[in-house]
Write a protein that binds this ligand. Structure first.
Ligand code: SF4
Ligand code: SF4
Length: 363
């Protein structure tokens, strides 16, 4: 996945490029700013890395104006890893003390509580722990635990209905650490990843609900030399495998729009599995003109909702329009963060797991 891990080489490639991915970036499009295109942000990062300009608040803002969606990479003939490079360069903003306020507060909260919500997660997880052995230990992600317990309820109920019972794992009290990575705190992320890996030693396999967490565990941990001692799968992957065991139920008479969440699609290559599940659950599915590897972004990654909140919502609003112009269409995503972003943009949205639970509950 990482075409070139050296930030200097990656930023150099972009700064000498004729902006070939000009229209790929959702942040640039939402802000109408060429300075915030992949080319513009990587050129700013290049100036920092070569010492041409010191890292200041303006350059820090530029390198934080990225969700890490990977859409530019998908459209780049060099497959240049813009998002991950910009996240690395954010480390210079940490060192210079010029992080945008939302990134600095996220980092401070994380350093205090080991998660971005400042919550004590152990007791929260204990209230959900399985009371009996289950087939799949479940890692919901702290965002779902804190903000969307109904999605967790739906996941547990749906896994039973599919004959693949899940139960919240003890390791679920740990945040995967993605906010540290997105804040550019790479050393802290590496240390956190090693601690999380120890917590995963209790189980040979884990099902992960949040696509961002799964992407972090599977793709980002190896970047800092950490390999988990267990197999990591997404809940969607497990449900897809067990789809033949789903109870018979007619599809819901609902027309929905499917959004390829960045971490699930470009990040983990899961394009067909969610579509196969969705095709059983509803009568009609519409999609954006650009899908799969070239699909749009919902604005929830890279700390953008914390550093450029209005822009993040505008990114979601624009992507929702791409998926379906009619506001009545229910937008479905395999990533809880994307679902929340569409809701913040005023659209009807639902997690794929919750929609599937609604489908099987008819029977
Ligand atoms: S990501 Fe690729 S296409 Fe886009 S500016 Fe960089 S080198 Fe050019
Ligand atoms: S990773 Fe996404 S948000 Fe970041 S520069 Fe590329 S297209 Fe823009």
């Amino acid at each position: 996945m990482i075409a070139d891990r050296r930030p200097e080489q990656a930023t150099s490639t972009c700064s000498f490029c004729p902006k070939a991915c000009r229209f790929a970036c959702p942040v640039s499009e939402a802000t109408h700013s060429e300075a915030l295109s992949a080319w513009g942000k990587m050129s700013a990062a290049h100036q920092v890395l070569t010492g041409a300009r010191p890292m200041g608040a303006d350059l820090a803002s530029a390198v934080h104006a990225c969700t890490g969606c990977g859409r530019c990479t998908a459209m780049c003939k060099h497959e240049n890893e813009v998002g991950l490079t910009l996240f690395q360069v954010r480390g210079h903003a940490v060192q210079a003390g010029v992080q945008p306020r939302g990134a600095a507060s996220t980092l401070a909260t994380f350093q205090q509580a080991q998660n971005p919500f400042g919550r004590e997660m152990g007791s929260l997880v204990a209230s959900w722990r399985a009371q009996r052995p289950v087939k799949y230990p479940l890692f919901p992600g702290c965002s779902t635990l804190v903000k969307r317990p109904s999605l967790l309820e739906h996941t547990l109920a749906l896994s039973e209905a599919f004959g693949a019972p899940m139960g919240v794992a003890r390791s679920a009290s740990k945040c995967c650490g993605y906010p540290l990575y997105a804040a550019g705190a790479m050393e802290a992320f590496g240390a956190h990843a090693r601690a999380v890996a120890e917590a995963f030693e209790e189980t040979p396999e884990v099902a992960v609900l949040d696509a961002g967490c799964a992407f972090t565990l599977v793709k980002l941990y190896p970047e800092v030399g950490v390999r988990l001692p267990c197999r990591v799968r997404t809940v969607i992957d497990v449900l897809h495998e067990n789809l033949p065991h789903a109870p018979p139920a007619p599809p819901l008479a609902e027309r929905v729009g499917y959004h390829d969440a960045c971490h699930l699609g470009r990040g983990l290559g899961q394009y067909d599995e969610p579509r196969a599940l969705l095709s059983k659950a509803v009568t009609a599915v519409v999609e954006a003109p650009s899908i799969r590897r070239e699909g749009g972004c919902a604005g929830g990654g890279g700390l953008l909702p914390r550093t450029m909140a209005e822009t993040a919502v505008e990114v979601a609003r624009r992507q929702a329009l791409e998926v379906a112009e009619e506001p009545s269409v229910l937008i479905v995503s395999g990533c809880p963060t994307s679902t929340r972003m569409f809701e913040r943009a005023g659209r009807r949205a639902i997690d794929l797991v919750s929609l599937l639970e609604r489908w099987v509950s008819q029977s």
